[in-house]
Design a protein around this ligand. Sequence first.
Ligand SMILES: Cc1cc2nc3c(=O)[nH]c(=O)nc-3n(C[C@H](O)[C@H](O)[C@H](O)COP(=O)(O)O)c2cc1C
Length: 214
Amino acid sequence: MRSFRRNAGSPAKRGERLMNGAQMKVVAFNGSAHKGGNTAILLRYVLKELENEGIATELIELSGSEIHGCRACGTCAANKDRRCSQKGDMGNAYIEKMVEADGILLGSPTYFANISPEIAALMDRACFVSRANGSLFRRKVGAAVVAVRRAGAIPAFDALNHFFFFSEMIVPGSSYWNVGIGREPGDVEQDAEGIRTMKTLGQNMAWLLKKLKN
Ligand SMILES: Cc1cc2nc3c(=O)[nH]c(=O)nc-3n(C[C@H](O)[C@H](O)[C@H](O)COP(=O)(O)O)c2cc1C
């Protein structure tokens, strides 16, 4: 797993720092089966705007990494140790990434008018661990991004947003729903409005992060 990309160079790229000197971070999760596909491309447009504002970013592709669904065992509520009881996969590593970030992006392709099973598994487990430990993501900034061929993007967008609202997070908007249209990996590059929407989302997310953190 890559770690957060830090910026150096121009004043903005030197990093938007908090008063305690720590650089802000946003972690993005791509729930698609395609690494580097349409969802990843859309997420990268958002991340690029954040990086332009000096915010460190990291994109995590769930494809190919093990992430199982919630077992509904209730151990997280009993132990309250900020961890899921399942130790054999990437769940806890991803939850830790979320805890240490100031902002969280969740991206999914539309699969049968809904989100992918991988991102759903991460959301279910992270949400339960957060709730069991006094709302670990409270007042972090969160946003959803969806890739779609034709129909069903809004239910998928809605499903991702439930995570943020349920977790007491703050959600910035864009100029339209955060959806990009494309079928084969790379097709979203042809969706000029979708890309504009991602760029605006990244700018608004950076603005909100700075307002909240400074
Ligand atoms: C299992 C599966 C189900 C899909 N269901 C839908 C759907 O309901 N509506 C739609 O418009 N596209 C659907 N698609 C197409 C993808 O949403 C679309 O190709 C998207 O751009 C893929 O993004 P990616 O490159 O990040 O994987 C489906 C694709 C797969 C593999």
